[in-house]
Design a protein around this ligand. Structure first.
Ligand SMILES: Nc1ncnc2c1ncn2[C@@H]1O[C@H](COP(=O)(O)OP(=O)(O)OP(=O)(O)O)[C@@H](O)[C@H]1O
Length: 599
């Protein structure tokens, strides 16, 4: 399945298709929002498209084998990366992309192809290039002098290839790459950056790799392409030195009278003493030239200053280019033979690394948010737990209070009461996160956690604005939370914000009566606990409270974020009112004061 570039919606469609919507663990849009936030946070640590999409496909489940597998995967990965530099790995990942098969071989017009099976080869070349003109049938070849070299594709049973320094002959049974080595080479050069980084990463992760051999082959080709002998420059330098030597040595010889006459006369011959000097110096120059260029040639004409034979230079240059092209061609063919053997294995190695980014992202997420793998048992024990947003703020230097909170089989229906801005919504969201993350198998944000098995999560948030359909929408998704034999976690935040107080109380009581059995857990944030308790005396309901003790010198709420068990906490709205009063200006300040005086 190609899952590149999957949107979250598409990912969900696939999940629903695979698992069936009714089996989905998440039952309300608000719980879905919490889940999506978790996915986004994990994906901050992923780099490859594959990992990003696989993370989007992660979903809470009640299949505890799958959860265990995810736990194991994370623990193994943590073990693998425990002493490593995660930023370094992340940086390498940024330079790794899936290997691209798209190649556009370069049209190399420096050589011509002469062949017997003309039509076959023409077709083959046209497959790779739109237009290829340097191919000729053997029986009808033009003058090919302008080409650096000629690839002579001969038929075994027919004509023998001609012997010539700039002809390379191959049998027409050869592989396609023997005509166009770029067909293979481009794949490697195009993907080289990825291959280099996959190699670095595999080595760093202590994973075996064959990519080194591939990179070595590519290096050889590179070094070949770069080696260009600057013939003219070398000739000039050698000539300059030879001129200087001639000048110096001639000044030191004494000519006899007849030798001077020979020089002044019309004779072309030089005096033997001078010829000897020239011969010695030019011999040395020729040796130096061949050492520096690797070619034996004689471009110097006896004159002062020494003259350079431009035609000889041109001939040598042409020969050098042809030689170089031929050697380069041969080197490329050798490289192709080696590289071909590696293709499959380097693809596997690269894919493995790209896939490993999924494990790596989960492990980084785990470390960043200080997660632990929870134990699955029949109760909730949250030890030093934190909402993941607050954990992030803690990482950034803010002060946060970790929360310890327990729910048991016997005390599974909770009314959570307490101070305005005390942290009730945050606690509810945190429990939803912890439950979802447990059932995704990715760890939870707590020092220790015990989490019960549940099949479904329902989370109902407080409504900020009361739109016309809010109550109806709520009821439609709320009723399924009260029926059925699936094990549920139901979290309700201030139902009284959706409807009138009396109705909210009735709904909550009805709901509690339906789900009170020990399979379910429900935490209901409400400011009307006393009224609810009065009407449910035969049901075991625990009331917990988050209490504010007052305001500090900066008018911040002094609050213990740990809910007190079996404790009905006051809402203390006057504290918030007092804070706003202290921080406001007239004319609002006086109004706040008037309201405050009524408390
Ligand atoms: N454990 C904690 N440590 C530090 N800050 C916290 C913690 N829990 C909550 N807060 C902060 O306290 C503020 C109020 O939290 P929250 O909205 O959850 O309170 P609330 O009880 O639901 O309030 P209200 O009843 O008025 O809606 C938020 O800014 C939140 O980030």
């Amino acid at each position: 399945m190609n899952i590149a570039g999957l949107s979250q919606k598409k990912a969900l469609d696939i999940i629903h298709y695979i698992h069936g919507t009714s089996n989905d663990y998440i039952k309300t849009p608000q719980a879905e929002d919490i889940y999506l936030d978790i996915i986004d946070r994990i994906n901050e640590f992923s780099t490859t498209e594959y990992a990003k999409n696989r993370i989007k496909l992660l979903r809470p489940t009640n299949n505890y084998d799958e959860i265990q597998q995810m736990n194991n995967l994370i623990e193994d990965t943590l073990d693998e990366i425990k002493d490593l530099d995660l930023d370094y790995i992340h940086d390498l990942y940024k330079m790794i992309k899936p290997l691209s098969d798209e190649i556009t071989p370069r049209f190399d017009d420096s050589f011509a192809i002469v062949c017997e099976e003309y039509d076959d080869y023409l077709n083959m070349l046209h497959k790779n290039y739109n237009k290829y003109t340097n191919i000729f049938p053997i029986e009808d070849q033009p003058n090919l002098d302008g080409y650096d070299y000629i690839l002579y594709v001969y038929n075994e049973y027919n004509i023998e290839p001609p012997e010539s320094p700039n002809i390379i002959s191959i049998k027409n049974t050869a592989d396609e790459y023997e005509i166009l080595p770029d067909i293979i080479l481009q794949y490697y050069t195009k993907n080289r950056k990825t291959l280099e980084n996959v190699y670095k990463l595999r080595t760093y992760l202590n994973k075996k790799s064959n990519i080194k051999d591939v990179l070595e082959v590519l290096d050889i080709i590179d070094s070949f392409t770069q080696k260009d002998v600057p013939i003219e420059q070398i000739v000039d330098e050698v000539k300059q030195r030879a001129d200087d030597k001639i000048n110096e040595q001639i000044q030191q010889i004494a000519l006899k009278g007849d030798e001077i006459l020979q020089l002044l006369g019309s004779s072309d011959e030089l005096p033997p003493k001078i010829v000897e000097i020239y011969n010695t110096i030019l011999n040395d120059a020729q040796v130096e030239l061949s050492e520096k260029t690797g070619i034996l040639f004689d471009p110097f004409i006896i004159q002062y200053p020494i003259k350079i034979d431009e035609e000889e230079i041109e001939r040598v240059k042409q020969n050098t280019i042809a030689n170089k092209q031929i050697r380069q061609y041969e080197e490329k063919i050798r490289a192709c033979q080696q590289l071909q053997q590696y293709k499959q294995v380097i693809q596997q190695e690269t894919q493995e690394i790209i896939h490993y980014n999924f494990n790596f992202a989960l492990a980084c997420f785990f470390l960043y948010y200080n997660l632990t793998i929870p134990t699955i048992a029949d109760e909730y024990i949250l030890d030093d737990a934190l909402h993941i947003r607050l954990q992030q703020e803690l990482n950034d230097g803010s002060i946060m209070q970790k929360v310890t909170y327990n729910l048991s089989n016997d005390e599974n229906i909770i009314l959570l009461t307490g101070a305005n801005s005390g942290g009730k919504t945050t606690l509810l969201e945190m429990i939803a996160q912890i439950n979802i993350m447990t059932h995704m198998g990715i760890g939870v944000c707590a020092k220790n956690a015990v989490i019960p098995k549940t099949d479904e999560i329902y989370y109902f948030t407080k409504q900020q604005s009361l739109n016309a359909g809010a109550f109806e929408t709520f009821l439609r998704s709320f009723i399924p939370a009260a029926v059925g034999d699936k094990k549920k976690l139901v979290l309700i935040d201030e139902l009284e914000s959706i409807t009138e107080l009396e109705a909210a109380i009735k709904i909550i009581i009805g709901f509690i009566e339906l789900i009170q059995n020990k399979n379910n857990y429900a935490i209901i944030v409400t400011h009307m606990a006393p009224e609810i308790l009065k009407q449910t005396q035969n049901i075991n309901i625990r009331v917990d409270g988050i209490e504010a003790q007052g305001l500090d010198e900066n008018y911040n709420l002094i609050v213990d974020r740990n809910p007190k068990i079996n404790y009905l906490a006051k809402s203390t709205p006057e504290l918030i009112l007092k804070r706003i009063y202290q921080k406001s200006d007239e004319p609002e300040k006086s109004i706040y004061k008037e309201i405050l005086d009524k408390f």
